[in-house]
Design a protein around this ligand. Structure first.
Ligand code: ADP
Ligand code: ZN
Length: 529
């Protein structure tokens, strides 16, 4: 084999221009590419659409030998290979969809040094024959795509990924680059450990979307709030409204249409033809609003989506980030708006409790939800909180709702104690189960039929909470749920105490709460070209 030649940055630049037809690297790409060309290991956490592929494709072309890409996305391999072939890169793949002849053909190309990139499904590396094949060729690098699949706590766990730590043992001189879009700092650590990437340089990039204004508002009358947003700030703009259920996408689309806004529903329950038509109208027409479940958006690349609105709480920060990220791909000012209320927390906690899967899975869902709730209840800059979640530092942005109109925090210990003791009394007193509404009615001293029927006006807590309004009490319940000081039980949204509630009731723990600003933040007048 020829000796390794010294490669320079200009080689990478040249490949970028000549092969891929781009003028310049984006963000951290250049740094990553240089590092890997130089033989270093890398762990790359980059947002979807950030341009991860070039990070290994260019080093694979610059370094001698074949770049071996491990990817779980078997269905996409053909497309990836076709796209590379179209620009003159010699690429092939090996996976279970091929017959032996096809496989042998690719193997021969590999051995003859006629490939630049070889895509492999992870399970291929379990077979000794594949390993021996790789031994007989020259490998320029290993790229481990979707590296979060190694995390046993993630949704995408692939046992075969655990086996990939052997790449380093078997080919210690071949640089490895692991890439993912969905990892948090904790998963990042886990990836480094499990893939034996202790010495790898970490790159975190591309999560900041400065042109998106993040706003999270208390949910009162969501449809009306949405209509107001569209009328005052986004008249005639294209946008996506996300709802949790299929039924509410249709209701909301109808509501918007009745109010003169061109809106269409989209969800997986619609037939394929309707979905395709809606999708292509969204891409073609100006100012169409799509009201959709999260089934909508994947792979849709419309640059001028001016707003993404959520009428229900997303299940995770990753989901929220991905969905809101569909706004403003053209770099122009755009809005990410979320209406969030007590019912969202109750509903999602219930969904988790009744979900299939083991305890570890439920803990995982809970951790995701808690992070999302923390983003909603923060009194800090939303963008900083979002960036920190993905392990990136950030400065207060001056453009999100909490920056524009900072909420105050207040000591909510006493109201928290009142509410928790009410919940405690209701729980211990009878078998009957009560939701948040009953506790609030009792605290406010309301003689509702349900209060009278159960003689709850006789409780010592009856009427002791008139210093707060009903809305404020709902905010207290919501924040206690968010902080894990209260939980939802059973099928009737019954409130119950948690292990942590005791400390609050005993006065050993203070509870800080977020006070909603008097006037919710509005977008400053945004200038548009
Ligand atoms: P990811 O895998 O991170 O989601 P991709 O590698 O698929 O992202 O890249 C997303 C899009 O950005 C692709 O269309 C790609 O061609 C484009 N892209 C990547 N890097 C650059 C660049 N330096 N200049 C212009 N376009 C780029
Ligand atoms: Zn901010």
């Amino acid at each position: 084999a020829p000796p390794e030649t010294a490669h320079t940055v200009s080689d990478a630049d040249d490949v970028l221009r000549r092969v891929f037809g781009y003028d310049s690297f984006r963000g951290a790409q250049q740094e990553i590419v240089e590092h890997v060309i130089g033989g270093g290991d890398a762990l790359v956490l980059m947002a979807t659409g950030g341009g991860k592929s070039l990070c290994y494709q260019i080093p694979a072309l610059v370094r001698p030998g074949v770049g071996v890409v491990v990817s779980p996305l078997i269905a996409l391999m053909q497309d990836q290979v076709d796209a590379l072939t179209a620009v003159g890169v010699r690429a092939g793949f090996l996976n279970s969809t091929q017959d032996p002849d096809q496989r042998r053909f690719v193997e021969q190309m590999f051995l003859a040094g006629e490939l630049d990139l070889l895509y492999l499904a992870p399970e291929r590396l379990r077979s000794e024959s594949t390993l021996q094949l790789l031994d007989r060729g020259k490998i320029s690098l290993f790229a481990i795509d979707e590296a979060h699949c190694v995390s046993q706590w993630g949704h995408d766990f692939r046992p075969d990924y655990l086996n990939l730590s052997m790449l380093h043992e078997r080919w210690p001189d071949v640089p490895r680059i692991a890439l993912t879009a969905t990892a948090t700092r904790a998963t990042h650590q886990e990836i480094a450990e499990r893939l034996n990437l202790g010495g790898a340089k970490h790159f975190v990039a591309g999560f900041d979307r400065p042109n998106i204004q993040y706003r999270i508002v208390p949910k009162a009358e969501p449809n009306k709030q949405l209509l107001e947003l569209l009328r005052t700030e986004h008249p005639g703009d294209a946008g996506i409204v996300y709802c949790l259920s299929r039924a509410s996408t249709e209701k909301t689309a109808q509501f918007l249409a009745n109010n003169g806004i061109t809106a269409l529903a989209y969800h997986a329950g619609l037939d394929a033809a309707t979905r395709a038509r809606t999708q292509s109208r969204f891409l073609r027409e100006d100012g169409l609003v799509i009201v959709a479940t999260i089934a909508f958006g994947m792979g849709i690349d419309k640059p001028d989506v001016r707003f993404v609105a959520h009428l229900d709480l997303p299940k995770s920060v990753e989901g929220y980030y991905q969905e809101t990220g569909r706004a403003g791909r053209d770099g122009l000012p755009s809005t990410a708006w979320l209406a969030y209320g007590l019912q969202d927390v109750v509903q999602q906690r219930k969904m988790i409790a009744s979900s299939d899967g083991d305890d570890a899975y439920r803990r995982q869902l809970t951790a995701h939800l808690d992070a999302m709730l923390a983003l909603c209840e923060t009194i800090e800059c939303r963008r900083v909180q979002l960036l920190n979640y993905f392990g990136q530092p950030g400065e207060p942005c001056g453009n999100c709702d909490t920056c524009l109109n900072p909420p105050q925090s207040w000591d909510g210990t006493v109201p928290a104690q009142k509410l928790l003791s009410t919940v405690f009394r209701l729980k211990s007193e009878r078998r009957q189960r009560f939701g948040a509404g009953q506790s609030i009615d009792i605290l406010l001293g309301k003689q509702t039929p349900k209060v009278t029927q159960f003689t709850h006006d006789q409780l010592s807590v009856f009427g002791i909470g008139t210093e707060l309004s009903e809305g404020e009490w709902r905010g207290v319940v919501r924040q206690l749920l968010a902080q894990g000081l209260l939980m939802v039980e059973g099928d009737y949204s019954t409130l119950a105490l948690t292990e942590a509630s005791g400390a609050v009731l005993r006065g050993d723990r203070k509870v800080l709460m977020r006070r909603e600003p008097e006037r919710p933040a509005r977008a400053p007048k945004q200038s548009r070209q």
